[in-house]
Design a protein around this ligand. Structure first.
Ligand code: SF4
Length: 359
């Protein structure tokens, strides 16, 4: 189950997620609306993910109240995305007692000038205190987000941000390339942004893959790195094209072979407006597109198990061509992107999908 929390105290300059500032009454009303939607669906969940927006803006009491409505398996992974600036006001022991066993926190950069350039509201010291607070509460499964391609970022400043994560001994890091999205303040000021050159950002990415691997955080998805066993079980469901229910404005679902979503409209969700159908999902192209993001790659056997026949010869011929260029590995009926291939994932995956569409 994915729960979208559309509240942020301050909007970061690069962000186009659906979120806004909200008062206590709105947050109360939203928590009640989420509980009604959970009760109506009432699935048994093996992963729960509070994403946003800023779920930590709901506070301990609302988060635990919402969790109490969710039927969960004994080993359910429960993640809460947390803004470091909210941590001091949260009771992580109470959250842990309620079942939260994974925290994801936005670091983006350990360089305060880079953090300010992104419009982040707290400094690196606040992030460090927040991580230590989570760890002291007994939640060891912690992820930090890094951003690559920040205005003013250099290989040296990135190395310091990676070292910051490693020094805190977090078992999971997500590293995303900054994308200037239409309609954001960054888009309006793009000319003035000292964005690193594209080649430099590619080097940043490979630097991140190498540095995290050297520290035992294995790349398992294009943007995600973890110690073995600490991969995000929830996010793996998306990439493995498994079922999930998303609740809240802007949340998407894939259930019983169908996709549907709630529009980016808080009031509509508060009013109980049902989600919008978005057609069938999980066809071979979509399955491949998602699976190829994973370093475990795609296998003929897994494709055949899902769709009744193996991948076409043209798929393997194209994958072999990319392998000769160092962009993929192909062995024992398994094809996967290399880190360099990840940088060209759109083009590579597009070419591979064509082979399936034309088969
Ligand atoms: S905290 Fe996250 S969701 Fe909120 S504005 Fe910043 S990047 Fe966007």
């Amino acid at each position: 189950m994915y729960l979208h929390v559309p509240f942020c105290k301050v909007k970061c300059l690069y962000c186009d997620f659906y979120s806004m500032p909200a008062g206590e009454e709105t947050k109360d009303a939203y928590a009640r609306a989420l509980c009604r939607a959970i009760d109506a669906a009432d699935p048994l969940c093996d992963t729960v993910y509070f994403g946003g927006g800023t779920p930590s803006q709901l506070g301990t009491v609302r988060l635990t109240a919402i969790l109490a409505h969710i039927r969960r398996t004994a080993d359910c992974e429960v993640t809460v995305e947390c803004n470091p600036g909210d941590a001091a006001a949260l009771d992580f022991r109470a959250l842990a007692a309620a079942g939260v066993n994974r925290i994801s926190m936005g670091l983006q950069s350990a360089d305060d000038a880079e953090r300010r350039a992104l419009g982040r509201r707290s400094d690196a010291a606040t992030v460090r205190r927040a991580v230590e607070q989570v760890q002291t509460a007994g939640i060891a499964n912690l992820s930090l987000d890094l951003m690559l391609g920040i205005p003013g970022q250099t290989a040296e400043s990135l190395a310091r941000s990676i070292d910051f994560c490693l020094a805190l001994d977090v078992p999971h890091v997500s590293a995303y390339l900054l994308k200037v999205e239409d309609g954001t303040p960054f888009a309006a000021m793009q000319e003035q942004l000292a964005l690193p050159q594209e080649d430099a950002v590619c080097d940043f990415y490979l630097q991140t893959v190498d540095a995290l691997a050297a520290a035992g955080l294995r790349q398992y998805e294009i943007s995600n790195f973890a110690r073995p066993g600490c991969e995000s079980r929830h996010n793996l469901k998306y990439w493995r094209c498994e079922a999930y229910l998303g609740l809240g404005p802007a949340a998407h679902s894939f259930l019983d072979g169908k996709r549907f979503y709630y529009p980016r409209d808080l009031q509509a969700f508060l009013d109980g407006t049902p989600p919008i159908p978005d057609g069938p999902g999980g066809d071979p192209e979509e399955w491949l597109m998602l699976r190829l993001r994973l370093m475990e790659g795609v296998t003929d056997a897994a494709f055949a198990a899902r769709f009744g026949a193996g991948l076409p010869d043209a798929f393997w011929e194209t994958a072999a061509r990319f392998a000769r260029q160092g962009l993929m590995t192909v062995a024992d009926g398994c094809a996967a992107l290399t880190p360099t291939g990840c940088l060209l994932s759109n083009q590579i995956i597009g070419a591979l999908l064509q082979t399936v569409a034309q088969a």
